[in-house]
Design a binder for this molecule. Structure first.
Ligand SMILES: Cc1cc2nc3c(=O)[nH]c(=O)nc-3n(C[C@H](O)[C@H](O)[C@H](O)COP(=O)(O)OP(=O)(O)OC[C@H]3O[C@@H](n4cnc5c(N)ncnc54)[C@H](O)[C@@H]3O)c2cc1C
Length: 460
């Protein structure tokens, strides 16, 4: 005879989640904490992680793209901690320390935050920033002070370029400092990037506590940070993860969603979360009258690529920095993977659209190698390489995008959305994805609790 765990009710609610990226996993973990809920997560790929996943490179394990986590990613870090990830072991955490070099102009910018309380950690860093003129530092300082006072005033949204012009940031400062920062944060060209979202990230990173601006370099691959520990937790709670299962549609009865379709089979569910990227969500919901408005919103999304080039040099080769910015070529950031116990391996990141997209893989690898040899003329040839192009790495984070970002709850009863593109106020980031998944799960739990209490006869 089947036995039930003491806390498991006889008729638990069944929640199906479509997509095992960081949003779907965060939602699945949060829902798995509730004994009255059963969760099944369907992932079309053979592995979890979505746009933040581990990838093999020879005998090594790397990531589909070098990801950087900052101290302000509160929900992501506390979710990992909840799952038993030892943050001190998995990450090297350091105060913000930016080094950006332009080998053609022989310029280097060094910005290092101290452990002074916010905002003095940032203001002092800007004041003594190396590589900027006194005029540039004073303008940057004014901007920083305004950030602290929350004193940016503009109606609607504008681009980050307009923001910089309105607040009198010199063009030279924008080119060598604000622009690389904007692309790193938003993966969108500065002329199009949303000032609101840029300021939101700066605000969360610099305004409250000095450690919010810390950079966290993972010592292991992305799979070990969330997908692996989340899987252990979800399965320990008796819930299910199904890999290699592509959801193709929904079952709707009496205007309520009651299941989903996989291989023409119906899987019944009380609630369904679509936790896919926006373009897949768009095709899943298309044609449903109740979802027409969201379909229109998602139809307006555009995407930006991220290219990562791994170059293996001999093991004694190092940049001397965990992360090094570079200007004047295609390469933008070099991550020295010695910290991952992969000495000599460099991950070169090129965010956003650009002329590099016109080069084929071989040409781009050669070009990046040339650029690195300008920075480090004494390095020998790299002896192995891997290039990963994520064409739809993030949504195009343009001004006014917040106005078309959908909420978690949809007009179709039982259908919910989660993902980095939903209305979190963040750009497409791990933190945006995790926040959205947790937020969505919490709303479902509240809905179920309300339904259950209204189903109980009065007096119980
Ligand atoms: C190269 C690169 C570098 C990045 N760098 C950073 C960084 O440094 N810092 C940062 O914070 N963020 C970074 N990001 C962004 C971050 O990775 C994403 O914002 C985040 O991973 C999105 O998670 P998600 O769960 O919302 O969506 P996704 O990861 O897209 O997850 C959706 C999942 O749904 C699955 N799926 C799709 N259709 C179906 C279907 N029909 N049935 C079942 N499953 C389906 C997909 O296979 C996928 O696993 C980077 C992204 C990339 C690609």
């Amino acid at each position: 005879m089947a036995t039930t765990e003491p806390n498991t009710p006889l008729n638990p609610k069944h929640i199906a989640i479509i997509g095992g990226g960081w949003a779907g996993l965060a939602a699945a973990v949060e829902l798995s904490r509730q004994p009255e809920i059963k969760v099944t997560l369907f992932e079309s790929a053979r592995q979890l992680g979505g746009r933040a996943r581990r990838v093999p490179f020879g005998k090594l394990r790397v990531d589909n793209g070098q990801h950087l986590i900052i101290g302000a990613y509160k929900e992501t870090l506390s979710l990992m901690e909840f799952l038993g990830v030892d943050l001190n072991k998995k990450f090297l955490r350091q105060p913000l320390d930016l080094n950006i070099r332009n080998p053609l102009k022989r310029q280097t910018i060094k910005l290092k935050a101290s452990r002074l309380p916010a905002p003095f950690h940032l203001l002092l860093a800007l004041l003594v920033c190396r590589g900027l003129s006194l005029h540039e530092r004073l303008r940057a300082l004014q901007f920083g002070a305004r950030l602290f006072m929350h004193a940016f005033k503009f109606k609607g949204d504008i681009s980050v370029t307009e923001l910089m012009q309105r607040y009198k940031q010199p063009a030279s400062l924008v080119e060598k400092f604000w622009e690389p920062l904007c692309i790193a944060i938003m993966n969108t060209p500065i002329t199009q990037a949303s000032a609101h979202i840029f300021l939101r990230v700066l605000h969360d990173s610099f305004r409250n506590h000095s450690h919010d601006a810390d950079l966290l370099y993972a010592r292991d691959d992305l799979g070990s940070l969330l997908p692996d520990p989340a899987t252990l937790y979800i399965e320990k709670k008796g819930n299910t993860i199904k890999l290699g299962q592509r959801v193709s549609g929904f079952e709707i009865k009496n205007n309520k969603l009651c299941g989903l379709l996989i291989d023409e089979q119906i899987v019944s569910a009380d609630h369904v979360i679509i936790a896919t990227a926006p373009h897949t969500c768009h095709s899943l919901i298309s044609g449903h009258t109740d979802l027409h408005y969201i379909e229109q919103q998602l139809g307006q999304y555009h995407y930006q690529p991220v290219c990562t080039i791994y170059l293996q040099y001999p093991p004694d080769i190092t940049t001397g920095h965990h992360m090094l910015g570079t200007l004047g070529g295609h390469a933008q950031w070099l991550f020295d993977r010695a910290i991952y116990n992969q000495p000599g391996l460099m991950a070169v990141v090129i965010s956003s659209e650009g002329l590099h997209m016109e080069l084929d893989n071989e040409q781009l690898i050669e070009q990046v190698k040339k650029e690195i040899s300008l920075l480090f003329p004494n390095w020998p040839e790299a002896n192995d390489s891997l290039i990963i192009r994520e064409k739809r790495a993030t949504f195009h984070c343009t001004s006014n995008i917040n106005q078309i970002r959908p909420e978690n709850k949809t007009p179709l009863e039982g259908l919910w959305l989660a993902g980095d593109y939903t209305n979190t106020g963040y750009p497409a980031t791990l933190e945006g994805a995790v926040r959205s998944g947790l937020q969505c799960a919490r709303q479902i739990i509240e809905t179920i609790q309300l339904e259950t209490s209204s189903e109980q006869p009065a007096g119980q």
